[in-house]
Design a protein around this ligand. Structure first.
Ligand code: SME
Length: 165
């Protein structure tokens, strides 16, 4: 099976997952498991959620993840590829992390990375971060898949914020 066909299959599995899970938290937990298990070059998969404590600078805080523990459990918005994606609200793809001065190392094996913001009601509330041990692992089909996953989480978060209102 081509990688593009595999990404399409996994996308359909994610749509099913969104129907089966009862909270955004459960969806994120199952989503990182499935992405890590099914996409062989996705060696670290995790969410960072944006916290805005009163009187303190906003912070990206590690949420559900699969892969080795990272030293970066809290990332300010002006640091890292994670900070760049959250502060601009745009997907960042880095083919060679050693060439990107923003990069915060999580594992010496990481060669490439994609970070996709998660929105709720038009605002960035977190992001989905994926690292690969392979250079330039994230192609167009990966970007489509990861943005689709982030979109499912956005929908789920918006649903729960409406339910609470
Ligand atoms: N590499 C990220 C930090 C998070 S770890 O990859 C899990 C960055 O540069 O922001």
């Amino acid at each position: 099976m081509s990688k593009a066909a595999k990404a399409k299959d996994v996308q359909a599995e994610m749509a099913q997952l969104a129907l089966q899970t009862r909270s955004a938290q459960e969806l994120m937990t199952r989503m990182v498991e499935l992405l890590h298990q099914r996409m062989l070059k996705y060696n670290w998969v995790g969410f960072y959620m944006l916290e805005r404590p009163a009187g303190q600078p906003p912070m990206l805080v590690l949420g559900a993840f699969q892969g080795a523990m990272t030293p970066h459990t809290r990332i300010p918005l002006h640091q890292g590829i994670c900070g760049a994606a959250a502060s601009t609200g745009k997907t960042v793809v880095v083919d060679d992390v050693s060439q990107d001065p923003r990069y915060l190392a999580c594992s010496l094996e990481t060669k490439s990375e994609i970070v996709v913001p998660v929105f709720a009601n038009g605002k960035v509330v977190g992001e989905l971060d994926i690292d690969s041990h392979f250079p330039a692992a994230f192609k167009d089909e990966d970007r489509v898949l990861v943005e689709y996953c982030a979109g499912l989480v956005s929908t789920s978060l918006e649903k729960s914020s409406k339910a609470k209102a």
